[in-house]
Every structure is written in structure tokens, then in C-alpha cells.
Design a protein around this ligand. Structure first.
Ligand SMILES: Cc1cc2nc3c(=O)[nH]c(=O)nc-3n(C[C@H](O)[C@H](O)[C@H](O)COP(=O)(O)OP(=O)(O)OC[C@H]3O[C@@H](n4cnc5c(N)ncnc54)[C@H](O)[C@@H]3O)c2cc1C
Length: 419
């Protein structure tokens, strides 16, 4: 099959690829989006049933597009997110080729060859918008789980009905872990939650959503070249947050009150036993301390701007209540724990990328989304250019910056080629 040509191939038609498409169109850059499923495929196929965005409706802003309903402070369900993104694709008339899986990207003398199951594309520039959460990041100890215990990742989890009756060990207490621990516990299955490093924040503070604070004070806009240790900042776990109609705070205290048993970080599995680290108290104290500092900075910001009168009082969440002697061990063979759910994070998959741009840990080498290969860009990764980069709200600013860079690159490479 003869290859087709375009200036830019965008791989992935989630919100990030679409935001880039809109910016490329504004610059009259010829492009195509290649998508293995439908638009918003990750939301259609990889999320659990009860999930709601943890960012409020007003905070899903894309270039030329935003929330238009009458519930700006609500949190979208998954079908709502799919509708929102699919409508954007139609409104911007994005040139999406759905059902087209990219099998490889290779460098050629004048750009890239993108091979798909529906023929090849040749282009000068490529945008990797394939998402930050393609593969669950399951720790190596998973291999030691005894037969007879069901293991599951959040990508395969849909609802508690999939799980056998009996106890569940949820590993990881960031956004996914706390939400699933809560839901599974409510289904009548006793839950133990293994808690490692986590970022605690209240859902609301002084009458405003925490997202309002992070947005207004500029925390979400903090740039990748302004933080001290960007590698570390890119690995920080997600905020311990959930979106619900009652805007409730779902933290470890709420889970403990509901009857979830807290344990330390899962340190290992041997002889059919899960071993938990003794660090639970320290982990929680550290999270409380960091939350206190963040809220202090919000208070100072509000005072500086004379907003104290307009906001509620600075009531602080109670310190995390840690059991006197959290479990250090749990049997995985006595049938009290029937399921382990790995809420231990996700990572991107670049197995199809045949350009030497990955470091020895398999992470993409890039400078704020400008990948270490000429004419290659990335979008949607953790703290790519800003703290909000992996959120829906972060794609617009990043796409604007990177499309400007890409435009300059195309102009330069055309001039070089004497075109
Ligand atoms: C559980 C969960 C909850 C989240 N909650 C929020 C939230 O509340 N608020 C918020 O702002 N963000 C949230 N996010 C983060 C973020 O918005 C999503 O991860 C979002 O899906 C990322 O958008 P994206 O466009 O970067 O990637 P994706 O939506 O993952 O889109 C990438 C696209 O690339 C396609 N693709 C991948 N590989 C190939 C290939 N080889 N060939 C062709 N196509 C390919 C995929 O099918 C997919 O459609 C959440 C993420 C997760 C995992």
C-alpha cells in the first residue's frame, strides 16, 4: 500500500491530541490524528463504572471550548467525559482516522514513517498524544501472589460485582486507591488499604473547591523549568481526591470511619503472606504536614489579596488517625483476602516507538514536551510543561506552546530543504 503524506501526524485522539489538532488547524498546519479506537478511547474502555472526574466541570477547558452547563462545580461521570471530548472533536472538525493502530514510528531522512494497520504515513513532525496511563504500573511483588487470590488492575476493574465475596487488599492510597477502597468496602467486602506515599488534600477549603485554590493561586500553572527537581515532581502521586455530588472529602479518616483497615506500604510478599512496612504513621504525618503547608500558602495568598472576608474560616482537617498497631502482615492463603487490587499507578506505553528517545527506565526524554528527536513532540504526560499538564485543563496551554515550536520547526526545516 502506498504511504500517505502530511506535515504532522498526531497519535491519539484523546483530549490532548484534539487540543493539539485545534492549535495546528489555527496555524494551517496539515495534519491527521491516528486513533486505535474511537475518540476518547481511554474513557470508553479503561475506566471503572462509578468514576467521576475529580476536577470540577468548569476546570475542563480546551482551546476554544469549555463547560456550558448549569453545574460548573459538579464532577463529570465517564459518559459525560466521553460526550464532552467527542463533541469537541466534532466542533473543531478534527481530521481523526479512528480504528487505526500505530504499530511503529521510525525516523526517515526527512522526518518520520508512521506504520499503522491501515497503511503508512510519512510526515516531518509527530506528536505523541497517546496518554500517560496506558499500562498499570504493578510492582514486581505481584509475581509472589499465591494462586487462589484474584489480582486486578484499575484498568480491568469495573465494579465490585466482578470480585469474589471476601476480603480485598487495595494497594495504593492515591486517587484511584481511595475511591476503589471506598466503593468495594461499601459492597460488603472487608477492605485493607496499603498506604504508601500520598498527597492529602481536602475536597473543599474555606468554602471553595481545592481545584479553585490550586488554579487561583497558580499551583496548577507552575512550570516544569521552575521547580527544583522536575524528575521527582513528575513522579508525585495523584491527589487523594474524589468527585461526588455531595463534594465530600474522601481521605484516610473517612475510610477508617467507614471501617476500612489501614496498613503500611506493601513491602513484600513471601510464604503466602503480605508484609506491610511499619511506616504508616510517618507517611500520614508527612502528608498532614505537607497539606498544612499547602493550606498555609493558600491562607497567605488570600490575605495578601484582601479575600479573607469573602472566604469561610480556615478550619483545618483533623490529623490522620492512625491505628495504634497497624497490621504488619496479612495471610494470603487463609482465604480472608480473596482479591488484590493494584492501585499503584500507570505509565505510558511506547513499545511501538522505534526512535531512540527513551532513557534506561523507559521514560521519554524530552524538554517540556519537545522530545529528544527532531520534530517530535509529546503531550499529556505528568508535569510535561506545567503541574496541570496531565489534566484535561492542562492540554490547551501545552498544545499552544508546542504547536508554536512545531510551526517554527517546520518553517526551519522547509527553509533548509530550500522549499
Ligand atoms: C482513573 C483516571 C482518572 C482521571 N481523572 C481525571 C480528572 O478527574 N480530571 C482530569 O483532568 N484528568 C483526569 N485524568 C487524567 C487524564 O485526563 C486522562 O488520563 C486522559 O485520558 C488523558 O488524555 P490524553 O489525551 O493525554 O490521553 P488518552 O485519553 O489516554 O488518549 C490517548 C489516545 O491514544 C490512543 N492510542 C494509544 N496508543 C495508540 C496507538 N499505538 N495507535 C493509535 N492510537 C493510540 C488511545 O486509544 C487513546 O484514545 C484521569 C486519569 C485516570 C487514569
Amino acid at each position: 500500500m502506498a504511504s500517505q503524506r502530511t506535515a504532522t501526524v498526531v497519535i491519539g485522539a484523546g483530549h490532548a491530541g484534539l487540543a493539539m489538532s485545534r492549535c495546528l488547524s489555527e496555524r494551517a498546519i496539515d495534519h491527521v490524528l491516528l486513533e486505535r479506537g474511537e475518540v476518547a478511547n481511554s474513557w470508553r474502555t479503561e475506566r471503572w463504572d462509578s468514576l467521576r472526574l475529580l476536577t470540577p466541570n468548569w476546570q475542563s477547558r480546551l482551546p476554544g471550548y469549555g463547560y456550558q452547563g448549569n453545574d460548573p462545580d459538579g464532577y463529570r461521570t465517564v459518559p459525560d467525559v466521553v460526550d464532552f471530548i467527542a463533541r469537541y472533536a466534532r466542533e473543531i472538525d478534527a481530521p481523526v482516522r479512528t480504528g487505526t493502530t500505530v504499530a511503529s514510528v521510525r525516523a526517515e531522512c526527512d522526518g518520520y514513517r508512521v506504520a499503522t494497520d491501515r497503511g503508512d504515513w510519512r510526515c516531518r513532525t509527530v506528536v505523541l498524544a497517546t496518554g500517560a496511563c496506558n499500562v498499570p504500573d504493578v510492582p514486581a511483588v505481584a509475581e509472589a501472589v499465591p494462586a487462589g487470590v484474584m489480582t486486578l488492575t484499575p484498568m480491568r476493574y469495573r465494579n465490585p460485582g466482578q470480585l469474589p465475596e471476601g476480603g480485598v487488599l487495595v494497594v495504593g492510597a492515591s486517587a484511584t486507591g481511595i475511591q476503589l477502597a471506598d466503593e468495594i468496602h461499601r459492597s460488603g467486602r472487608p477492605v485493607t488499604l496499603a498506604v504508601g506515599e500520598h498527597i492529602r488534600v481536602p475536597r473543599t477549603y474555606r468554602g471553595r473547591d481545592i481545584s479553585w485554590w490550586m488554579d487561583a493561586t497558580g499551583v496548577f500553572d507552575e512550570r516544569y523549568d521552575q521547580v527544583e527537581d522536575i524528575e521527582r515532581a513528575r513522579r508525585v502521586p495523584s491527589l487523594q481526591l474524589a468527585g461526588s455530588s455531595g463534594r465530600r472529602t474522601l481521605d484516610l479518616n473517612a475510610l477508617t470511619a467507614a471501617g476500612v483497615r489501614l496498613a503500611g506500604r506493601l513491602a513484600g510478599i513471601s510464604d503466602g503472606k503480605a508484609q506491610f512496612s511499619g511506616s504508616l504513621r510517618n507517611m500520614c504525618a508527612l502528608s498532614d504536614l505537607k497539606m498544612g503547608r499547602l493550606l498555609d500558602s493558600f491562607d497567605a495568598w488570600a490575605t495578601e489579596r484582601g479575600l479573607d472576608g469573602a472566604l469561610g474560616g480556615p478550619a483545618r482537617p483533623a490529623p490522620t488517625a492512625v491505628p495504634d498497631s497497624p497490621p504488619l502482615m496479612a495471610s494470603l492463603t487463609d482465604r480472608t483476602i480473596r482479591t488484590i487490587l493494584w492501585a499503584t499507578g500507570f505509565r505510558p506505553d511506547y513499545s511501538w516507538l522505534e526512535v531512540p528517545v527513551l532513557d534506561r527506565k523507559g521514560r521519554l526524554r524530552h524538554d517540556g514536551g519537545v522530545v529528544a528527536a527532531p520534530g517530535m513532540y509529546a503531550l499529556g504526560l505528568q508535569f510535561l510543561r506545567r503541574r496541570k499538564s496531565a489534566l484535561i485543563d492542562g492540554a490547551g496551554d501545552d498544545a499552544r506552546d508546542l504547536s508554536a515550536h512545531l510551526d517554527g520547526y517546520l518553517a526551519g526545516s522547509l527553509a533548509e530543504a530550500g522549499a
